[in-house]
Design a binder for this molecule. Structure first.
Ligand SMILES: [Zn+2]
Ligand SMILES: [Zn+2]
Length: 358
């Protein structure tokens, strides 16, 4: 016979450690939350103050009530103490006054594996307080540790490059939200020379510069400028990072080690080129010895269209420029196999010779 002693607190049938389920749950709650709580948010960007800093709203709020829900969620993530890791916290809005919100915080789970799941519900008063977060106050004061300048070698930064670069910068800035209060761009200026950005944090600026340098195989220069000194007499500097994009872009013509090539790809893995004479692709990176031999020939727009006039086996192929009607001859082998008379090809002319493009 198995005799169980009654709950030593209330006399009901005991379930765990000499307590009935209800008394055990009371002694071992799933969560704990204090009331009232203060929801301190930024009036400019809606970030929520949490211990150690400000937490930004990263999901675009759908409505004012959705924003408030996101803010309360951030607050509860920091204020609710969980005694069980897996406790899923929910809350419902009970009543909303001007600066006070009444919510019910609830969770369900088992306090002990031998008793069934139960639900706990706590009324919480949330008091709203508004201020300006660190990021917004530094940003509005124009504070910036770094200037990033984007230029291109011997040409203007193209519109598509500009768009791509701004997307990269935005993504990297957003990724740092909540981790670095200075992760912002306080000013963007576009001139005919390129783009200038004032960036709150030097760290973010360097990260962006690293990324652009490797994606565009760009040149990079850094310099520090003395901007003053703090009260303690310590000199303060501001860094300027210059990223200079290459003279060439995708599909432009360059010479590598003397050989005319077309740029096929640019990225972290290097510069992908197609050798127009050897008719094969290869990749070089900024560390390869051939990199120093890299020269710009002409932009993609210098390519010309030709018509194959005659093609007889074993004889030079006659090509005619589709616009100027100028005639050229090339070796049969240098033409791509599938082209027949009457068809057109693209090529560039270097030293009076046509180099067909792939
Ligand atoms: Zn009991
Ligand atoms: Zn703010």
């Amino acid at each position: 016979m198995n005799l169980t002693a009654p709950c030593y607190q209330c006399g009901e049938k005991a379930a765990v450690e000499g307590l009935c389920a209800a008394c055990y749950e009371k002694a071992h709650p799933l969560i704990e939350v204090k009331s009232p709580l203060t929801l301190h948010s930024c009036k400019r960007c809606d970030a929520v103050k949490v211990p150690g800093g400000w937490k930004p709203i990263t999901c675009e709020p759908l409505s004012p009530s959705n924003l408030l829900q996101q803010q309360v969620r951030i607050l509860l993530d920091h204020e609710v103490r969980r005694f069980f890791k897996e406790a899923d916290i929910e809350f419902t809005e009970e009543k909303k006054l001007d600066r006070v919100l009444h919510i019910a915080v609830s969770t369900s789970g088992q306090s002990h594996e031998s008793i069934p799941s139960h639900t706990e519900r706590y009324p919480v008063e949330v008091r709203m307080k508004y201020g300006t977060c660190d990021t917004c106050s530094m940003m509005s004061g124009g504070y910036h540790e770094a200037v990033l300048q984007i230029r291109a070698d011997g040409r203007q930064v193209s519109e598509s490059e500009e768009e791509e670069i701004m997307t990269i910068i935005t993504e990297m800035t957003v990724a740092d939200y909540g981790k670095d209060a200075k992760a912002y761009v306080s000013e963007t200026t576009r001139t005919k020379h390129g783009i200038d950005l004032k960036i709150g944090s030097e760290h973010l600026c360097r990260q962006v510069a690293d990324e652009l340098e490797s994606i565009y195989l760009a040149q990079r220069k850094e310099n520090y400028k003395l901007i003053g000194q703090d009260r303690g007499g310590k000199k303060k500097y501001r860094i300027t990072v210059l990223i200079r994009l290459q003279r060439f872009t995708l599909n432009d013509f360059v010479r590598v080690d003397g050989a005319p090539c077309q740029v096929q790809s640019m990225g972290k893995s290097g510069l992908g080129c197609y050798d127009l004479q050897a008719r094969q692709s290869f990749t070089i990176n900024m560390k390869s010895s051939k990199w120093r031999t890299l020269e710009f020939i002409s932009p993609e727009s210098t390519k010309r269209q030709f018509m194959v006039v005659t093609r007889v086996y074993g004889q030079p192929v006659q090509l005619m420029d589709s616009k100027t009607f100028e005639m050229f001859e090339i070796d049969d082998e240098s033409l791509f196999q599938d082209k027949i008379e009457g068809e057109t090809i693209f090529g560039i002319v270097l030293d009076d010779r046509v180099h067909p493009l792939p």
